[in-house]
Design a protein around this ligand. Structure first.
Ligand SMILES: CC(C)(COP(=O)(O)OP(=O)(O)OC[C@H]1O[C@@H](n2cnc3c(N)ncnc32)[C@H](O)[C@@H]1OP(=O)(O)O)[C@@H](O)C(=O)NCCC(=O)NCCS
Length: 185
């Protein structure tokens, strides 16, 4: 039957409303249980999509977008501004022996609840990494994951991410966020 397949492709402008609906749905579930308003979603999207090097992919299953993930390129100065000195110093130290490595911030990975645990995140991460590798550059990929986000932690571990050791208090006390990294050659 037509469209009965799963494809991963670059996000098109027409996908944005659907991606924001997925974002809202994903964060309404485990472990967030947050009600993100349309205004909040629009603000987050504007913030993320205007970043340098913003790259977003979607997974389309049977003609319907069911998941999305996006990243951007970040400088040490921006990192310092956004995430504070501890992480920026850690990255700076990491890059002293490897200054050509480009720093990528994995901003978001969202899968509609109905499609979770069906390897959508795995496909997205795999696709994104393959495309980064094609560029021939070396990367340091960073992500922030709340310590109770088992799904996200398992996905990150599967792709070889490790903890930087830098932590940050989450808005939901006493939980913490960990900053994770992966070197991609
Ligand atoms: C995190 C998220 C993107 C994972 O997407 P997914 O498509 O369900 O993940 P996958 O099916 O590719 O599974 C990846 C790994 O996580 C595990 N996993 C997925 N959901 C899980 C759950 N609810 N509990 C425990 N493990 C889970 C899978 O078993 C798999 O583990 P393995 O690789 O060791 O076998 C998705 O749960 C989501 O959208 N969560 C809400 C938004 C969010 O937290 N995004 C990440 C922000 S850091």
């Amino acid at each position: 039957m037509a469209n009965k397949r799963t494809v991963i492709r670059l996000l098109q402008p027409a996908d944005v409303p659907r991606v924001l609906a997925i974002y809202q749905d994903a964060f309404a579930g485990f472990p967030w249980y947050e009600t993100l308003s349309d205004t909040e979603l629009q603000a987050r999207w504007k913030h993320d999509s205007e970043k340098a090097g913003f790259t977003a992919y979607v997974v389309e299953k049977d003609g319907l977008v069911v998941a999305s993930g996006w990243h951007d390129a970040i400088s040490i100065d921006q990192l310092r501004q956004e995430r504070g000195n501890e992480l920026a110093d850690w990255v700076e130290q990491k890059l002293t022996t490897d200054p050509d490595r480009q720093v990528i911030w994995e901003r978001e990975l969202v899968v509609a609840q109905q499609y979770q645990r069906q390897r959508m995140a795995t496909r997205l991460r795999g696709h994104s990494e393959s495309n980064l590798k094609l560029s021939g550059n070396k990367f340091l990929i960073l992500a922030r994951i709340r310590e109770d986000n088992i799904a996200s932690i398992r996905s990150a571990r599967r792709f070889g991410f490790s903890k930087t050791g830098v932590r940050q208090a989450a808005s939901t006390k006493p939980l913490k966020h960990d900053y994770w990294y992966r070197e991609l050659n």
